[in-house]
Ligand binder design. Structure first.
Ligand SMILES: C[S@@+](CC[C@H](N)C(=O)[O-])C[C@H]1O[C@@H](n2cnc3c(N)ncnc32)[C@H](O)[C@@H]1O
Length: 220
């Protein structure tokens, strides 16, 4: 088992910023064909997804959640953006029962192992999974809960675009998530890479994007 004190600060907080080619690609898809007004970035880092969204979609208002207050200072300079310096687990707990839904959710969530989450985060993570029909367990990494909560917070026909570890396609603890994704989203596209995308970490990632099913398409 990995010991918390030996992990780098970056790794513990899942801080690996998305390369700009991927930012351009996913934000272009999100802003293509339909107007988006209300966008969520659940772990915004330095705001690189946010900045590109507001440049491409002039009617978009972005809610950017980020746990690191120094990074939040950078996001504050971006137009049409509400910056929330909070733990996304906490943000979700505060809004989950209010009817706030987003036209689009975009980002690259932190990849934090269960053992490195706080007790409170573990409890909130379990709540997110249970509310969405999944069984929580101690294998589940933060990116699973961020994905489930983000899809839950999407409006019908809203667009979802995330950078996720290739574990999504492989590991058994993500099996329920794979089912959830295809139950909740249509027109799902997954893009894999031949090379490592993030320099400095050995983390293979995929891009996944799709559209939240409306009632009609859920019946089929
Ligand atoms: C993989 S980085 C991605 C940042 C940005 N979305 C990007 O794509 O460049 C993950 C971000 O999540 C933030 N983070 C970690 N735990 C968080 C939490 N519980 N709630 C909100 N943000 C969190 C980290 O500070 C980091 O900025």
């Amino acid at each position: 088992m990995k010991v918390k004190s030996k992990q780098t600060e970056e790794k513990l907080n899942g801080v690996f910023y998305t390369p700009f080619e991927i930012i351009d690609f996913l934000t272009s898809w999100i802003t293509d064909k339909q107007q988006i007004f209300n966008v969520l970035e659940p772990s915004a880092g330095d705001g690189r997804f946010v900045k590109q969204i507001v440049e491409l979609a002039d009617k978009a208002n972005v809610t950017a959640v980020e746990i690191d207050s120094l990074e939040c200072e950078k996001i504050k300079a971006i137009d049409n953006t509400k910056v929330i310096n909070d733990d996304f687990y906490n943000f979700y707990e505060n809004i989950k029962d209010i009817v706030i839904k987003y036209d689009a959710v975009i980002g690259n969530p932190p990849y934090i192992r269960y053992q490195f989450l706080s007790e409170e985060q573990r409890n909130y993570q379990s709540d997110i999974l249970r509310r969405n029909g999944m069984k929580p367990n101690k294998m589940i990494n933060s990116w699973v809960a961020f994905t489930v909560a983000s899809i839950e917070l999407l409006s019908l026909s809203g667009k979802f675009a995330f950078v996720l570890p290739t574990d999504l396609l492989q590991v058994s603890y993500a099996k329920e998530l794979r089912k959830f994704i295809f139950k909740e989203l249509k027109e799902v596209t997954i893009i894999c890479f031949n090379n490592i995308v993030f320099s400095g970490i050995q983390q293979d990632v995929v891009l996944i994007f799709g559209i939240k099913r409306d009632m009609e398409s859920k019946k089929h």
